[in-house]
Design a protein around this ligand. Structure first.
Ligand SMILES: Nc1ncnc2c1ncn2[C@@H]1O[C@H](COP(=O)(O)OS(=O)(=O)O)[C@@H](OP(=O)(O)O)[C@H]1O
Length: 282
């Protein structure tokens, strides 16, 4: 209580030159919003864009509490959070939460009011992006995604990460749909405002991030933004994708076609995706 009062004083009274500023901090709390994935969906871009809003703060890096470090306990998790006044939104992003079956129940147990944001991308493009990151320029895509008999390798984690419907069901079983929001990662890359405006609405943030925020950087090949300084994401984002053999693409599109339809049916039935349809071929 005393901490809250001190923090209140600090926040509302700007110190006169003769007063020493009160050095205090807000009690740590779990994030208000978690970007749960999907890996390579555009999670970093989404978080960095949201952080342009004056009401958004985030912890350093990816915290990995609900997948890797859950046994470290809630106090450890809270210690990773920034000290933030209650009017700020703390947003954490760890893309592997989406595919961690225990994550939804763990998360709702820590903060039942968590708002969950999922950014998805065409699963075939996502898979190529995952390959580019994991292979570090070595090996070929076909060996990465196909088994020796030439079929799509269902045991491969990067392949099953793209089975969005089965992962999403674990979340919709636990979280009320009014606490969930889905972002189209393909569109986020091409037209960030189209995705950020409805997201700000979902998060009850004033629409301060808008078309004036972004500019297209043709060297980077992506939208960047004006903040204190011009900002683009680093080298790790937007790496060139390799040419994929047409027959492999056909196999992958076929493989994902029914799971994609199932995913879209869930979104429609729960009304958690407000934008127009995904432009994935299925
Ligand atoms: N504005 C902007 N700048 C750079 N990159 C952008 C942007 N918007 C979306 N993207 C896409 O984000 C993809 C990486 O996704 P993630 O950040 O989720 O990757 S990770 O899971 O955290 O490794 C990354 O995938 P790759 O292009 O395959 O690298 C980008 O396509």
């Amino acid at each position: 209580m005393a901490t809250i009062f001190l923090a209140f004083l600090t926040f509302h009274n700007s110190p006169s030159p003769l007063q020493l500023p009160l050095v205090t901090s807000w009690p740590r709390r779990p994030p208000d919003v978690v970007i749960i994935g999907v890996k390579k969906g555009g999670t970093r871009a989404l978080l960095e864009m949201l952080k342009l809003h004056p009401r958004v703060v985030s912890p350093q890096g990816e915290v990995h509490f609900y997948d890797k470090y859950f046994e470290r306990g809630t106090d450890w998790y809270l210690s990773r959070m920034p000290s933030a006044s209650p009017d700020l939104l703390i947003i954490e992003k760890t893309p592997s939460y989406f595919v961690t079956p225990d994550a939804p129940l763990r998360m709702i147990g820590v903060n039942p009011d968590t708002r969950v944001v999922l950014v998805v991308r065409d699963p075939v493009t996502r898979l190529v992006s995952d390959f580019v990151q994991l292979s570090k320029g070595e090996g070929d895509f076909e060996t990465f995604v196909l088994s020796p008999d030439g079929e799509v390798s269902i045991d491969s984690r990067p392949v099953w990460t793209g089975l969005y419907a089965s992962h999403l069901l674990k979340w919709t079983d636990v979280f009320p749909s009014k606490q969930m929001h889905v972002v189209n990662g393909d569109r986020l890359a091409l037209d960030p405002v189209a995705e950020i405006v409805p997201l700000q609405q979902f998060l009850e943030l004033k629409p301060l991030i808008n078309e004036d925020t972004f500019y297209f950087n043709s060297t980077k090949g992506f939208f960047c933004w004006h903040s204190k300084y011009d900002k683009c994401l680093g080298e790790g984002k937007g790496r060139p994708h390799p040419e994929v053999r047409n027959e492999t693409l056909v196999k992958l599109k076929e493989y994902y076609s029914e799971p994609n339809r199932a995913f879209f049916r869930i979104l429609t039935s729960l009304d958690i995706y407000k934008s127009h349809t995904f432009n994935w071929s299925y």
